[in-house]
Structure formats: C-alpha cells, structure tokens
Ligand binder design. Structure first.
Ligand SMILES: [Zn+2]
Length: 312
C-alpha cells in the first residue's frame, strides 16, 4: 500500500501554483506541459522544460539537475528539500480516494507476481516473411536471437501474422514473446507485450551477449528496440534494449552486470527525456549519450561507420 498517494497525485498545475511558479506552460499534447524551466529560468527558451501527466519531467538544459518522475521528485529537485519535507508539503494539496489509489500510476505496479517461464510452441509455426528479411537480412542473427514471423491459420491468436521476439532472462530462459505488427493499420498497436509480464525486469539481448562475449564487455550499445539490437549484432556491435527508451532500476542493474560502459542511443524524439536516463546510467556505468547524426531519427538505420563516429 502506498502511503504517499495524495502527495503523488498533485498535478503540475497545482505544483506550479503552490510553489509560485508562473504558469506560462502550454499543453503540447493532451498529457504533456511544455514551457520555460522553472529551475534555471531561461530568458528566451520557452520550451526547454516538460512535465507529463504521468509525472515524468525534465529540462534539457539542466539535464540531471532537474529531472525525475512525479510531484515528490519535482518538489525535491526544485526546492532542494528531502523526501519527508516533500511529502508534508504535498499531501494537503493532493487527493486520496480509493478510486484514485487504484489508478495512481506506480512505477513498479507491473511487478506484482513472479513471472513464469513460457512453454508455448509458437516457433513451430514460423514462416518466411519478406518484411522481416528486409528489416533484418542476416539469417544467422535472426536464428541466434530466436526471432520469427508467426502464422498459424489453425489457431486464432492476436499475435498471428506478427513478428515474434523472444523475451528471455539473463540465463536464456524464455518468458514470452513480444509481438511486432509489421504493418499496423489505423488503431492497431505496433507492439503487443505479454499480459502480466513485468517489462521492467527484462533486457533484450543480455543472454545473447553473454554467449558471444566474455562479460563484462567494455561497452554495450543501449538502444530502444530489439530489432535495433539485432541490426547492431549483424554488424558485430554488442547491444541490448530495455524494450523502450526508459530504463528501470532492475534493467540498470542487469546492464551493470553485462558491461563496464554504455553508449545510450534512444531515438531522436526521446533525446530530451533520455538525458534523465543517461544521468541514472552514469551512476552505475560510464555512459555516453551522443546525438544521432543529422537526418537520422533512429539508430537502427545508421551505418557501421556512422555508429563508430558517434563514439570517437
Ligand atoms: Zn532548466
């Protein structure tokens, strides 16, 4: 049970009001405030700071000095106060009802039950697929990671005609499949993650890395998607993916067992939020966080030379 639901529920608008921050921020999308940074108070830059309704906030000028998640983090970073002081200040401003408690976003809410190894026989129904072959031409890499295109007309499944990507623990035990819809139609999700499986516990490519290299490796590339990991592997570059741009504490720990350092390469549209992740990574391993070359939004499409140039 979370005793700090009320403190955590305080919205950005309420925070700003209570802390005397002039609210010139605007809603860029339905769940994101953007505006000048309340900490370093820029004269001209009116869009360096963002606060999302799920609590994630960061300033791409202050970087690790002003980023975090939720009203408690925000209060601490803004005022320099400790956790207890933050809770005392915020609790009266928040709302705490049973319904609120149920829906309040919790960082570890996924990790309630121990995940169980997966026993389905999906790989028996892997078929040739042009999209997958084009995206990942190296057949040896596809085989090594166990990825395939699943099509089983005899069985109705929401992951039929999807590319299936194995989700394994560091020992190589599989816990399920991440399904990638090659060509999502309007309203269809690009990815389907197995229900109930805690994503924050898995790091794609960790097991394969341990099979190919002596651990810890000097440096591992940290990229958003498993497909990008495999693309890097086909260029003999060691890479892992936290199944997204963000990295959980568990994934951070896993990473520190695999490599001494990391080159963190989220997609371009996550470069701002990524500053916060890079700061957390730096606390565990040495970390480089280079910007992608001009004209590139996704590291999956970089050449070997371009990737090597990033770390020179
Ligand atoms: Zn700032």
């Amino acid at each position: 049970m979370d005793n700090y639901v009320a403190a955590r529920s305080v919205s950005f608008a309420t925070l700003a009001g209570a802390l005397g921050i002039e609210l010139t921020h605007f809603k860029r999308s339905k769940d994101e405030w953007v505006g000048p940074c309340p900490r370093h108070k820029p004269k001209n830059n009116k869009a360096c700071f963002r606060y999302k309704d799920d609590g994630l906030f960061n300033c791409f000028v202050c970087l690790k000095d002003f980023c975090g998640r939720g009203s408690i983090d925000f209060y601490k970073a803004y005022t320099g106060a400790g956790f207890q002081a933050a809770v005392e200040f915020l609790t009266p401003l928040g709302i705490s009802t049973p319904a609120q408690q149920k829906t309040a976003p919790e960082r570890d809410s996924e990790a309630t039950e121990e995940p169980k190894p997966f026993t389905g026989k999906y790989a028996k129904h892997f078929v040739e697929n042009d999209w997958l072959k084009k995206r990942l031409p190296d057949a040896a890499v596809r085989e090594r990671y166990g990825i395939g295109f699943y099509s089983n007309p005899a069985r109705k499944s929401k992951v039929s005609n999807h590319v299936l990507i194995p989700i394994k623990d560091p020992a190589g035990v599989q816990y399920g499949w991440l399904a990638r819809n090659p060509v999502p139609l309007e309203g269809q999700p690009k990815y389907i993650w197995p229900t109930g499986l805690p994503k924050n516990r898995f790091l794609f490519g960790g097991y394969e890395l341990s099979q190919a290299y002596q651990l810890p490796v000097r440096v591992v590339y940290l990229v958003e998607s498993p497909l990008c990991v495999m693309k890097f592997a086909s260029m003999s570059l060691p890479a892992v993916s936290p199944f997204g741009w963000n990295v959980s504490d568990e994934q951070l720990h896993l990473l520190s067992t695999l490599a001494k350092g990391t080159v963190y390469l989220p997609d371009r549209n996550k470069h701002c939020e990524g500053a916060c992740v890079a700061a957390r990574l730096s606390a565990q391993v040495w970390c480089r966080f280079p910007e992608l070359p001009q004209g590139h939004d996704d590291p999956e499409h970089l050449s070997l030379e371009q990737i090597q140039a990033l770390t020179r």
